[in-house]
Design a protein around this ligand. Structure first.
Ligand code: SF4
Length: 386
């Protein structure tokens, strides 16, 4: 089961450690090329940060990361910048330079509320667009323009216009993992934390028993099972989560008796049926921190386990690895360069931004609730695929 999904990042064949993909010594080289050194001052200043990541970064490797971390944190203060770090970032980014950390929904709320002048998105491109949509007066930077997403790439605004022609009057709920163009054609957005709640809300508001939920086929099927609402779906897939199978879970249970299996709702319905608990990354983290299972496996992007382990030091994490190659485009050196050179700025045509904001804002205006768990152990439910 351990594997690297599409590894255009080169290096470290067979390794599931994203630091190995980029190379710890590559980070050291990156720091040196930028004139940054591991001085006694840097060591002292970053020592508290190392405490947060010592479970995943050996002490001998810390001098490779600390100079970049120190320099990034200084630049943030000097430029009034914040870094929004998604749960799938590697730990040296997530815990050491991230100012706000969480899932897409949590980061979207932070983007809307921050007083900072500059937002650096430590996540993928659609997340940076969401920040720009919500905070147009701020400069939003993405450290690597190639940080895309298979779900976002699966659908365009033109596709949504055609779907709306085919199903007039049916509300369009769009997962945030889409471009601003797609959001602009939608009625309301959702994340995996609130997808079921938003679909139920849309059905009530539009007084209908049918809802279009785009673009993730598996999320749509899982929401259909959760809500009983007739879902019209698209054939997008997350290239990370689609690879988990029910057989993987059977193998994990055999190899690790008593392991608790947690799954993300972008996984296929068969995986959700075989898991013990399912929910967004925020829900998975809450589960681990609150329940403190003895041994757990998170069926999601593999940096997530490293990051949650900081909050649950007594939990034993089994770590089958599925890296998101897009998320792993974001590195400390990329963040450093983004802030130093003010690149790459995310822009959105104003008419698109305004329409996309309506869809996102509708979601943000819904009553705040704890990330909803998805039921597990249920048979899959069919959806109508466009
Ligand atoms: S993990 Fe999946 S949904 Fe998330 S950015 Fe990567 S490809 Fe997209």
């Amino acid at each position: 089961m351990a594997r690297i999904i599409d590894a255009p990042l080169t290096a470290s064949e067979g390794s599931c450690d994203p630091r190995a993909v980029h190379g710890t010594w590559g980070a050291l080289d990156a720091a040196q090329r930028r004139g940054l050194a591991y001085t006694p001052e840097v060591a002292a200043e970053t020592a508290p940060l190392y405490e947060r990541v010592k479970h995943v970064i050996p002490a001998v490797e810390w001098p490779a990361y600390a100079p970049l971390i120190s320099a990034i944190n200084k630049m943030k203060r000097a430029k009034n910048a914040v870094i929004l770090a998604h749960n799938y970032m590697t730990s040296e980014i997530f815990h050491c330079v991230g100012d706000f950390r969480g899932d897409s929904l949590q980061l979207a709320r932070e983007a809307a509320e921050t007083d900072a002048a500059i937002i650096v998105q430590a996540g993928v491109h659609f997340m940076a667009e969401t920040s720009k949509v919500l905070a147009p007066e701020k400069t939003v930077l993405i450290p690597d323009l190639r940080a895309g997403c298979s779900l976002a790439a699966s659908i365009t605004g033109a596709d949504v216009r055609l779907i709306k022609q085919r199903y007039p009057g049916v509300p369009v709920v769009t997962y945030v993992n889409t471009s601003a163009d797609v959001k602009a054609e939608s009625d309301v957005c959702c994340t995996s934390s609130n997808a079921a709640a938003v679909v139920e809300w849309a059905a009530r508001e539009w007084k209908t028993d049918r809802v279009i939920l785009l673009p993730d086929e598996y999320l749509a099927k899982n929401v259909a099972a959760q809500t009983g609402i007739h879902i019209i779906a698209w054939h997008g897939r997350c290239e990370v989560h689609e690879r988990f199978t029910a057989e993987d879970i059977a193998e994990l249970r055999e190899a690790h008796p008593g392991v608790i299996v947690l799954a993300h709702p972008e996984c296929p319905p068969e995986v959700m049926a075989a898991a013990d608990f399912a929910g967004s990354t925020a829900a998975l983290q809450d589960y681990v921190v609150e329940k403190q299972p003895r041994k757990v496996v998170l069926l999601t992007e593999c940096s997530m386990s490293d990051n949650v382990a900081q909050y649950a030091p007594n939990v034993d994490f089994v770590r089958p690895c599925n890296l998101c190659p897009h998320m792993k485009r974001i590195t400390l050196e990329g963040i450093y360069d983004a802030l130093a050179e003010m690149k790459h700025e995310v822009t959105i045509p104003e008419d698109v931004r305004v329409r996309a904001k309506l869809a996102i804002q509708r979601m943000l205006d819904l009553p705040k609730e704890k990330p909803r768990a998805f039921a597990t152990g249920r048979p899959p439910v069919a959806v109508e695929l466009v």
